[in-house]
Design a protein around this ligand. Structure first.
Ligand SMILES: NC(=O)c1ccc[n+]([C@@H]2O[C@H](COP(=O)([O-])OP(=O)(O)OC[C@H]3O[C@@H](n4cnc5c(N)ncnc54)[C@H](OP(=O)(O)O)[C@@H]3O)[C@@H](O)[C@H]2O)c1
Length: 250
């Protein structure tokens, strides 16, 4: 299978931890030069870059808050200035806050929409200035929750449903420029963010495992390999799609 990824350049947002770190590492293994974006986790981002470099890959950590237009502009300028091209954008940075509807404040609402939806708007706008005339690739990391929302996850699910809708619209808008836009929708995955929620080792973890036909939670690599496929030439005829990577969880 010809992936044709060697020498391409990718920006992976929120790559200092979890799924984003897994995506950055797997892309680097395929010869992609990777920008490991982060908001505050400098040492985590440096660790991801260090691992990539130690395996012979090429990577650079760049701090930028995806909700800030000036940060995103600088992220792309620095990435392009360093590597000379940008071919792939993975909109992975995201937050998830769960709680009953009564607990949703304006801040909780706006923060999730800001990072999960406005962030990808800003990065996509910037990517379009840099993608080569031959085309490009955008992957939005959604969630199984966008089509199968859980109780206490109304706002998070709404942000990811918005991202799914944006994916389809943009795939139609950008196809003429040979830019493919797809969504990968992970099921529950073991990451720093999920660990912080404190669900691992509780009944909630067992509930998620029971709901997953393959009988375990996902790992970042389970998601990353699907991203590698979707941005590769092997998936050259796939755009506007949403692929679940969830062990069968709907
Ligand atoms: N884990 C799951 O079960 C699961 C399931 C479905 C979908 N997802 C989606 O997968 C993506 C990654 O989730 P995860 O579990 O890997 O998360 P995580 O472990 O909490 O890591 C989140 C990453 O996003 C970065 N980030 C947060 N806010 C940012 C901002 N404003 N600008 C730039 N980067 C920012 C963080 O960087 P810093 O640490 O530097 O701030 C970190 O690198 C999210 O979009 C999430 O919704 C996760």
């Amino acid at each position: 299978m010809n992936l044709n990824l060697n020498g391409k350049v990718a920006i992976v947002t929120g790559a200092s931890k979890g799924i984003g770190a897994g995506i950055a590492k797997q892309l680097a293994k395929e010869g992609v030069k990777v920008v490991v974006n982060y908001a505050s986790g400098e040492s985590d981002a440096d660790k991801v870059v260090g691992e990539i470099l130690s395996e012979g890959g090429i990577a650079l950590a760049i701090k930028a808050d995806v909700t800030s237009a000036s940060d995103v502009k600088r992220l792309f300028e620095k990435a392009h200035g360093t590597f000379g091209r940008i071919d792939i954008l993975v909109n992975n940075a995201g937050i998830f806050k769960f709680g009953p509807i009564e607990s949703v404040t304006e801040d909780v609402f706006k923060n999730q929409f800001n990072i999960n939806v406005w962030g990808p708007v800003l990065t996509t706008q910037e990517a379009l200035k840099y993608f080569p005339a031959t085309g490009g690739n955008i992957v939005n990391i959604s969630s199984s929750a966008s089509q199968n929302p859980t109780a206490n996850g109304s706002i998070y699910a709404a942000t990811k449903a918005a991202l799914d809708a944006m994916t389809v619209a943009l795939s139609r808008e950008l196809a003429i420029r040979n830019i493919r836009v797809n969504t990968i929708a992970p099921g529950p995955t073991v990451t720093e963010g999920v660990k912080e929620m404190g669900v691992l080792g509780t009944d909630a973890e067992q509930y998620m495992i029971n709901a997953t036909p393959m009988g375990r939670l996902g790992q970042p690599d389970d998601i990353a390999s699907v991203v590698v496929f979707i941005v590769s030439d092997a998936a050259g005829w796939v755009t506007g799609d949403r692929i679940k990577a969830s062990g069968g969880l709907q």
